[in-house]
Design a protein around this ligand. Structure first.
Ligand code: LRH
Ligand code: MN
Ligand code: MN
Length: 388
């Protein structure tokens, strides 16, 4: 097995984008729980995200969701982020909270509604110019609830047509990142349900159209690392939305439900060239902290990704490939599992200290007084919520 010192430098290449919506109040459709000190606007969400980066060195960017993070001056928002030591990242469009989109957005049979959804994406691209963002991430709630409700095939045609218009509006290095999800909110069919559909759609667009893999968006039992390997092989894995799930799209802390799955995914990412500064794969979290504290929840999450990245980097790939070539099933599996079972926590603490970061980020954050300060300073005013 590789030693920790052999992989230490590679850990310095890790960057994980945080979702702005993780810092607002959230819940399920049954109840949104309010927490004291939660941000009241996008500026405060950025300040909170910067704390995660300050204590971990792992989260240099924050993703925005439009219109949840709508502001008058995106240049000012960008400067605000820079003053806090981070940058603005992916722009997420939102066509799922408007009555007009009840039967679909970019797939809708009514041209007026389709154009409204396309125009929203044009507005997002304008925002990307002001924020300096590279990626426009599109997740669509489009789908139907009942067999026969609409023409599924015609909807694919309309989807392709709308995505073409959006893609053609991108400039320079900007990318269109299409996210799939197998169900919810539509329950019979979803217009972009799986990686294959997303792949077919982005393939038709061009080089700067890629797929986003949200780990919570698959049926139970799906071999997600196989999808990772396949998309990387095809050069179409654009980004991850990391989270974990027990049942559906639970949006729980990444690595909480199934750390071994996270390890397997990260192994394929590394093996396929999707990790590091040269890689085109963006690591992002897409989570909500309904009952736990939000900033510590994000700190825990990025540390979980780092921990599994370290373990995945430890796999002795030379020995593994030799065992695979020899058809030595048990040896190959043993090499893989040895890395997974390696406890890297102490090494990671020392690694952090050697880079001027706190050995224990959660404890350091708790001792910093920031949580008490935001409860005091944000006592008045309407808090941001998931969707506001
Ligand atoms: C959809 C999704 C998508 C949205 C986010 C809020 O379930 O994963 O990425 O933008 O949740
Ligand atoms: Mn997502
Ligand atoms: Mn989701």
């Amino acid at each position: 097995m590789s030693t920790f010192s052999a992989i230490a430098a590679r850990l310095g290449e890790q960057a994980i984008e945080l979702p702005s919506w993780a810092f607002g109040n959230s819940g399920t459709r049954f109840k949104v729980f309010m927490q004291k000190g939660v941000p009241r606007d996008p500026f405060e969400k950025i300040a909170d995200a910067a704390q995660v980066h300050k204590f971990t060195g792992l989260a240099p960017t924050i993703a925005l969701h439009i219109p949840w993070d709508k502001v008058d001056d995106y240049g000012a928002l960008r400067r605000h982020a820079e003053e806090h030591g981070i940058a603005l990242g992916t722009i997420n469009s939102n066509t799922f909270q408007d009555d007009d989109y009840k039967l679909g957005s970019v797939t809708h049979s009514d041209e007026r509604i389709r154009q409204k959804a396309i125009d929203h994406h044009f507005a997002c691209i304008d925002i990307m110019h002001a924020t300096g963002s590279r990626d426009l991430k599109i997740w669509l709630a489009d789908g139907t609830n009942y067999p026969g409700q609409d023409d599924m095939r015609a909807r694919q045609d309309r989807l392709a047509d709308s995505l073409r218009k959006i893609y053609d509006r991108l400039a320079g290095q900007q990318r269109l990142v299409l996210e799939y999800k197998f169900f919810e909110p539509a329950f019979y069919h979803t217009d972009v349900p799986d990686w294959g559909t997303a792949y077919a759609q982005v393939m038709a667009l061009g080089d700067r159209a890629v797929v986003c893999l949200d780990t919570g968006h698959h049926a139970p039992g799906t071999n997600i690392e196989f999808i990772v390997a396949t998309l990387l092989r095809l050069g179409k894995l654009g980004s991850f939305d990391f989270n974990s799930r027990f049942y559906a799209d639970d949006d729980l802390i990444v690595g909480a439900a199934d750390p071994f799955q996270l390890f397997r995914i990260l192994f394929e990412v590394i093996r396929g060239g999707g990790y590091g500064r040269q890689s085109q794969v963006a690591f992002m979290l897409d989570q909500c902290h309904n009952i736990e504290d939000k900033i510590p929840g994000q700190i825990r999450s990025v540390l979980n990704v780092q921990e599994m990245t370290a373990r995945a980097l430890l796999v002795d790939r030379v020995a593994l490939e030799a065992a695979q070539r020899e058809g030595n099933v048990l040896r190959a599996n043993e090499i893989f599992m040895d890395a997974f079972y390696t406890d890297v926590r102490r090494d990671l603490s020392e690694w952090r200290e050697s880079r001027g970061l706190p050995a224990k980020p959660l404890a350091a954050y708790a001792a910093s007084g920031y949580a008490e300060r935001i409860v005091r300073d944000r006592a008045i005013g309407k808090q941001a919520g998931w969707g506001a």
